[in-house]
Design a protein around this ligand. Structure first.
Ligand code: ADP
Length: 328
């Protein structure tokens, strides 16, 4: 059976980008068609300036939201990365397989390290090596497929390179995985800056829709989305990034084609209103289920404990084999 691994980083509240670019596929498709393993990758949240209590709180919230969105512990494995030591054990071996030049070429490292320096911070070494830990996350489980938004495609490419290299040097140990991008909304853009992706942020900005935003907040954010000075609703990413992002959001919510949707609108206002309504309806059941789960913390604890136990069982044979293969 196909094995799938994917994760979400608890560096902030989960966004509409996380939902449409990742979580929804995990729920609607992946957990039904494959042996699926999903992880709150909390170790990755330590690669940038972090507050310990906040990371713990956000990890819990992310896991709860993943359940609220519809991940079913009877169908998939859900756990928190730091509960399973195999990830860091394997990461070290992969660090001994990767080169520093390879790491410095990663687009996310370049972008995030510039941002850290600009804001006066120092760049943590773990920010540079984070793709190696991500490779360990994937390879430990022998995953065949890694469903990700296209911002993560380069890291999955690196994971493949490391797996192939390790196998060539030390003998067949790892399955070589491939990235699987969602058909629509592979990249949900920021509503205020539609040329950059909607990503978790410390700052409260109206460009980012969070899964737990109240309906009136969602509406306000979508209605204020940046478009352009024109008036024609057209699906054209280069010339009309804001309008295109709205059309893609509406398409992702309704299952229609963005190009066809464009033909039905003669004003930006009407497009925004329908998009706002569609996003509110999309998120409503997730928010409601999240509130129910928050009232039952013992249930969430149990799911994460069982998930970690199962993840350890799955990962240990491969990681042990890698230790033997590399000479330990
Ligand atoms: P973030 O950038 O929000 O910190 P994560 O690294 O936690 O995201 O990624 C979790 C998943 O959500 C990944 O598969 C990633 O590709 C996807 N994702 C994150 N932001 C977006 C976005 N704006 N559009 C589409 N997918 C996204």
């Amino acid at each position: 059976m196909t094995r799938i691994f994917s994760g979400i980083k608890p560096t902030g509240h989960l966004t509409l980008g996380n939902y449409l670019g990742a979580l929804r596929q995990w729920v609607e498709s992946d957990q039904h068609r494959a042996e699926a393993i999903f992880c709150v990758v909390d170790l990755h949240a330590l690669t940038v300036d972090h507050d310990p209590a906040r990371v713990r709180r956000l990890s819990r919230q992310a896991a709860t939201l993943m359940l609220a969105a519809g991940l079913d512990p009877a169908l998939c494995t859900l756990f928190v990365q730091s509960h399973v030591d195999e990830h860091t054990r394997l990461s070290y071996l992969l660090e001994c397989t990767a080169s520093d030049g390879e790491m410095r070429r990663m687009i996310q490292y370049k972008e995030k390290s510039v941002r850290e320096r600009e804001t006066g911070g120092s760049v943590r070494l773990s920010l540079l090596t984070y793709p190696v830990l991500m490779a360990a996350d994937i390879l430990a489980y022998g995953a065949d497929e890694v469903p990700v938004g296209d911002d993560q495609a380069q890291h999955v490419e690196l994971t493949r390179d490391l797996a192939v290299r390790f196998n060539q040097r030390y003998g067949q140990t790892f399955t070589v995985p491939r990235a699987v991008l969602p058909p629509v909304a592979a990249r949900v853009m920021d509503l205020q800056d539609p040329t950059s992706k909607m990503g978790k942020s410390h700052a409260e900005t109206s460009g980012i829709v969070y899964l737990l935003d109240e309906p009136d907040v969602v509406r306000r954010k979508v209605m204020r989305a940046v478009t352009d000075s024109g008036a024609e609703v057209a699906y054209d990413r280069a010339a009309k990034p804001g309008v295109t992002n709205l059309l893609e959001l509406l398409a992702a919510c309704t299952g229609k084609e963005p190009g066809e949707l464009a033909a039905g609108y003669s004003s930006y206002g009407a497009l925004k209103k329908d998009t706002a309504d569609a996003v509110v309806e999309l998120l409503r059941p997730v928010r409601e289920r999240h509130a129910e789960l928050c009232a039952d913390p013992a249930y969430v604890d149990g799911v994460l404990r069982d998930g970690a136990r199962r993840a350890r069982e799955l990962a240990r044979p491969t990681v042990d084999a890698a230790y033997r293969a590399i000479g330990l």
